[in-house]
Design a protein around this ligand. Structure first.
Ligand SMILES: [Zn+2]
Length: 429
């Protein structure tokens, strides 16, 4: 079956996300898009998938695929963030050490992209530390927004970082020709990622935001992630300064005490689209500022990574009540056992206090689409949207609320579709 012939899939439940769940429904796709959602089908050619739920393809709004070959997270649960980052830096240095077997940069990314499709993820927000100039970013049907990571505290590093950001934006269209020329590969979009307040001088941040504004590109930044980050901003010292000093990357002249994430947000909200990564410790004033800009800003919550670092409870309620889109990310396999976004949702629902199942489903679909600026063609099941689907096998039982079946521990992604084409199937078809 090619994407250009009409095809109809029947399922026990369709979850449109922006409307009520449809029981024993059918979805029809043609030309890569959804053409109809029906309460029942009389179409004799419909393929009945049985006891499954069909959802929009899941959206992982924050990941670092370069860590996808890790079998287990680095460091230990509850480790302070500065100490964990030291582990990550040592791991990276060991990879490039002459005595170690060099791992090609695209190997882990390819693994991560395959794993994502297995988990029904059809779009990602990826932080890149490689320019992918000589090696192409691996082919995959998943749509990827590639946020080029930027780091710079000293004036020299800031200058280099800004040049590399300009080059990334300028050369991006030549590295990724239009999708019509590569029908089996998902769309690729350029973004910038000033890494975090402890690695990016505020002047560099201002220049990067300026570049994003002029080139109309999205920006993703790790912000308000840990108490140590807040301490560094407040006092100009603490565990982050000590860690960076040990790594030879600290420049005391670049951090002025008396700052907070608010100072960074003031610059960031003036970009065309902002993804605040984590935001674990955003205060009321900072959330209010984001709420004023919620048409183009989102916060990305990474539930299992948040739990790995044993942070204080996540302010999801304060985010959602302000109408700020809260999307989900797996972060990387350096702080999470896998890239399974459905597991991320289940984990969140299993917490003592959590959003409703309907809200959690939105976080992994329509809010993710909004975060990546793809809400016009992704994140919900509706005629005219891209036919990106995740098919979930459900447990053999009944439930009052179908969301209960969807998030049951036995439920499993068994198929993924991108633009109407089957790109992953657990069973042989
Ligand atoms: Zn991250």
């Amino acid at each position: 079956m090619d994407a250009f012939s009409p095809q109809t899939l029947a399922a026990r439940f369709l979850f449109p996300v922006n409307g009520s769940v449809i029981e024993r429904g059918a979805i029809t796709m043609q030309g890569g898009k959804i053409t109809s959602l029906d309460r029942k089908t009389t179409n004799a050619d419909a393929q009945d998938l049985g006891n499954v739920a069909i959802l929009p393809g899941l959206i992982n709004a924050h990941t670092h695929l370069e860590f996808s070959s890790l079998a287990a997270p680095l460091g230990a649960p509850g480790m302070p963030l500065p100490e964990w980052i030291e582990h990550v830096v040592c791991w990276r240095r060991a990879l490039t050490n002459e005595s170690a077997t060099p791992v090609p940069p695209d190997h882990a990314v390819r693994q991560g992209l395959c794993e994502s499709l297995r988990y029904g993820i059809t779009a990602l927000g990826e932080i890149c530390t490689t320019d992918w100039a000589t090696t192409a970013f691996p082919e995959s049907p998943a749509s990827c927004t590639l946020f080029r990571e930027q780091i710079g505290l000293s004036p020299e590093r800031c200058q280099d970082s800004l040049s590399s950001a300009r080059q990334w934006i300028a050369e991006f269209p030549t590295r990724w020709p239009p999708q019509s020329q590569r029908p089996t590969t998902g769309t690729r979009h350029a973004g910038l990622s000033p890494h975090a307040p402890y690695t990016v001088a505020i002047d560099l941040l201002e220049s990067l935001c300026d570049l994003a504004r002029k080139s109309n590109n999205p920006v993703a930044m790790h912000l308000a992630e840990s108490p140590e980050e807040l301490e560094l901003l407040r006092t100009g010292g603490g565990d982050f300064a000590a860690m960076l000093d040990r790594l030879g990357a600290w420049d005391p002249g670049t951090t002025r005490p008396g700052r907070s994430p608010y100072d960074y947000l003031l610059r960031l909200v003036n970009t065309p689209r902002l993804l605040v990564i984590h935001g674990n410790y955003l205060n009321q004033r900072e959330l209010d500022l984001l709420a004023q800009h919620r048409d183009h800003t989102s916060i990305i919550y990474c539930p299992r990574t948040h739990a790995f670092f044993q942070h204080t409870s996540y302010p999801w309620d304060a985010v959602l009540t302000r109408g700020i889109p809260l999307a989900l990310g797996t972060d990387s396999r350096a702080s999470n056992p896998d890239l399974n976004l459905l597991a991320e949702m289940r984990f969140l629902l299993g917490r003592l206090s959590s959003p409703s199942p309907q809200q959690v489903l939105k976080m992994g679909t329509s809010h993710g689409a909004r975060a990546l600026g793809r809400h016009h063609d992704m994140g919900i099941l509706q005629p005219g949207m891209l036919a990106n689907l995740a098919v979930v096998r459900l447990p053999d039982r009944t439930a009052k609320d179908p969301h209960e079946l969807l998030f049951d521990p036995e439920s499993k992604i068994i198929r993924s579709y991108v633009h109407g084409s089957l790109v992953y199937a657990e069973e042989n078809i």
